[in-house]
Each structure stands twice: as C-alpha cells, then as structure tokens.
Write a protein of this length. Structure first.
Length: 84
C-alpha cells in the first residue's frame, strides 16, 4: 500500500487457533495471529515520515523498518503524534 495504515494496540497473546492459514502459503513462515484494537486508522504516505529515524535500525527512516521492528519509545511517540 506504500502507506502507514495507523497504529493499534495488541490486545491478546498470539493464538494458533485464530484464523489459521489466512496469509496463504506465507502463513507457515509467520508466527501465530493476534488480535489488535485500532487506535488510529489513516492512510499516510510513507515518504511523509522520512524525517522520523529509528536509531535501532542504523538511523534509517521508520518506513525502512520491517513489520514489527522495535522502536525506542520516544520515536514511537513521535510517529504516533505525526500520524494523529
């Protein structure tokens, strides 16, 4: 999608019985699914956040991080304030 879709809070532990196989062939390479509660949904171009860097990923822009990449709390707060 080339966009940030928003941010969510994980509300349950991963559960092997939650929608098994939903990701097709990729499912076997992923961990169990888990439920989230969306706190903010949006569609913001990834490039608009290039000024936000992740020091835990060689100071690359946060858009260059993998899904699930850890962020320092200060960077996470900066990102969610930007998306708000």
């Amino acid at each position: 999608s080339r966009t940030f879709s928003g941010y969510a809070k994980m509300v349950r532990e991963p559960d092997d019985t939650l929608l098994p196989g939903i990701w097709g062939e990729l499912s076997s390479r992923l961990s169990a699914n888990f439920r989230v509660h969306w706190l903010k949904q949006c569609s913001t171009s990834l490039g608009k956040a290039d000024h936000i860097k992740n020091p835990l990923n060689d100071d690359l822009p946060v858009r260059r991080c993998r899904d699930g990449q850890e962020l320092p709390s200060s960077v996470g707060e900066w990102l969610w304030r930007f998306l708000w």
